[in-house]
Design a protein around this ligand. Sequence first.
Ligand SMILES: Cc1cc2nc3c(=O)[nH]c(=O)nc-3n(C[C@H](O)[C@H](O)[C@H](O)COP(=O)(O)OP(=O)(O)OC[C@H]3O[C@@H](n4cnc5c(N)ncnc54)[C@H](O)[C@@H]3O)c2cc1C
Length: 693
Amino acid sequence: MAKKETIIEEAKKTVKKAAVKAAEKVVEKVEKAVKEATTPIITPEMAKIPQGPLELKWTNYKNHQKLVNPANKRRLDVIVVGTGLAGASAAASLAEMGFNVLNFCIQDSPRRAHSIAAQGGINAAKNYQNDGDSVYRLYYDTIKGGDYRAREANVYRLAEVSNSIIDQCVAQGVPFAREYGGLLDNRSFGGAQVSRTFYAKGQTGQQLLLGAYSALSRQIGKGKVKMYTRYEMLDIVLVADENGEKRARGIIARNLVTGRIERFFAHAVVVGSGGYGNTFFLSTNAMASNGSAAMQMYRHGALFANPCYAQIHPTCIPKHGDFQSKLTLMSESLRNDGRIWVPKKLEDAKRLQAGEIKGRDIPEEDRDYYLERRYPAFGNLVPRDVASRAAKERCDKGYGVNNTGLAVFLDFSDAIQRLGKDVVAQKYGNLFQMYEKIVDENPYENPMMIFPAIHYTMGGIWVDYELQTTVKGLFCIGEANFSDHGANRLGASALMQGLADGYFVLPYTIQNYLSDQIGVPRMSTDLPEFAEAEKAVQDKIDKLMAIQGNRSVDSIHKELGLIMWDFVGMGRTAEGLKEGIKKIDTIKKEFWTNVYIPGEANSLNNELEKALRLADFIEIGRLMAVDALHREESCGGHFREEYQTPEGEALRQDDKFAYVGCWKYMGDDKEPQLIKEPLDYEFTERKTRNYKN
Ligand SMILES: Cc1cc2nc3c(=O)[nH]c(=O)nc-3n(C[C@H](O)[C@H](O)[C@H](O)COP(=O)(O)OP(=O)(O)OC[C@H]3O[C@@H](n4cnc5c(N)ncnc54)[C@H](O)[C@@H]3O)c2cc1C
């Protein structure tokens, strides 16, 4: 009898549990539907996309935008944060036009911005090779490469101005590689079947930055640019106008040498602060690259667009230990001549991992050139997201090399045989040297080992067609904005975008804003808005300095990086992302209760600088995970394992997710609000990306 009652009781419990679960699911569905129905939308008008045919939009815009006359330009001040390719080109151009520019950077010289690291090249549709390139084709490759998640009008404009960038840089004396006849040489990068990448050996970023720097220096010399090196912006100051609308009117910055907090006014603020890839701790980015400027904009009402779109680059030197603070990129240009492979046989992979044999010991017939096998049309030059996932797939199946099994080969033996060692050395010598210095192995004799690593962030601050954020007078350029690359950036397109923004787009569009500001007098930085912003910055620093816990900044950052890689990395799942968000919340608590910052706040203090940046990386990491969780599809660099084709390719859900996912800050410890900018394509047919034929 007792047994019967127990069984009935158990059955009741089970039924109750199942009912509660079913009800929870219904509630979740209803909540989701209500959220969907009430999600605010950004229209093309709000994004200020000009009317007319695609190829005439930019021309029409320029023909009708408002201008500022020379006498008024002299009365207007513009702050430019950043001296990378975006910031330096913008600052130099605005000063050349006659505006007064205040330019800030963290480094001790504008020339040391992260952009200097760029190796491979910059795209432009010059068609010097006569291989069928055109502005339209560059546009099409870019929008397709981004998995149809970028704005058509912006991408077309980017392709359109690409040729002017090359002319501008040549005029500055940038030493692009030339062919025997004297024409500029080109090579190929991923996602294109033409050669449109201009380069200066493996130092393209450095040479372009020297060009921008010389233009900037000229303006510094003329007194039109006031340069603030070793200054870090810690907040943006907004002041309400006569209609109560808040506008960006200045910044609060910390002098990194003295620790002094200072106030600066300007009629408009332009931020070109780079990407947030260092959220992952280990990345190919420069050590000082950070996402704090983006978070400051976000907290003031600028939307953060597509934060989950991060690029994992397939050709980086694999991680070699737990005490590493940086990963090194081997330029994508190497994929022009290098062939990527892993062993065909598992036993060979095991012997390689055990160090019993080297790559060169494996005979040709036992090598699996998996990119050439899977994607015959593009081969080793498939876009980065595709190449990275294919490497992961091979390594996950056990075919990886290196002692960790987390690497694939990039092999030049064919190219050396075909072209000769001298030609290969001429083309890629400095990259080979860099590899040998780091790995202590000669890549001419044994294939290089490479593995994917976090490299670039396509997501960033939402900007309209004028590169203005949702905060009036606050502009965002270069890698810091979300702009033109959709869900995946093609190689050599970041330099193109940064310089397009700085030399050829912002100098026009910012005038449309500033033309209405000519009557606004310079404001005193004694205004309460400046005082309050400075106090908030000081309070945050004091709070951090007072913690005096047990953990170094780096140890917490490293932990965050591992969580990001494991849960918000190359393969994402709903379950993993939820888990990742919980873990990030725990790290946030740990950081704010247990971080240890030695030294004083009012002097040079590297650890304090890092702590301020880490506080923001934690927030960005969470935002990335939240965005990745909401985007129930795979596109470009965002790969949700639940959404893939039987062949393991990304599966988009165009009917549900063909929009820019923008997030609005709703307060500390509150969930951000989703706002959508639908990407209703007028000119391009969305297709499944195909690099096979
Ligand atoms: C190793 C490597 C190789 C690459 N190779 C290529 C390539 O071949 N082709 C290509 O197209 N792209 C390449 N990229 C990508 C490209 O280099 C970057 O996307 C691009 O340089 C970013 O330029 P940017 O001007 O937007 O920002 P950055 O160059 O990152 O400059 C940011 C600037 O902002 C300043 N800053 C940041 N925060 C603050 C603050 N709070 N206060 C004051 N100043 C601040 C910094 O000091 C710096 O001056 C490469 C990237 C890496 C990592």
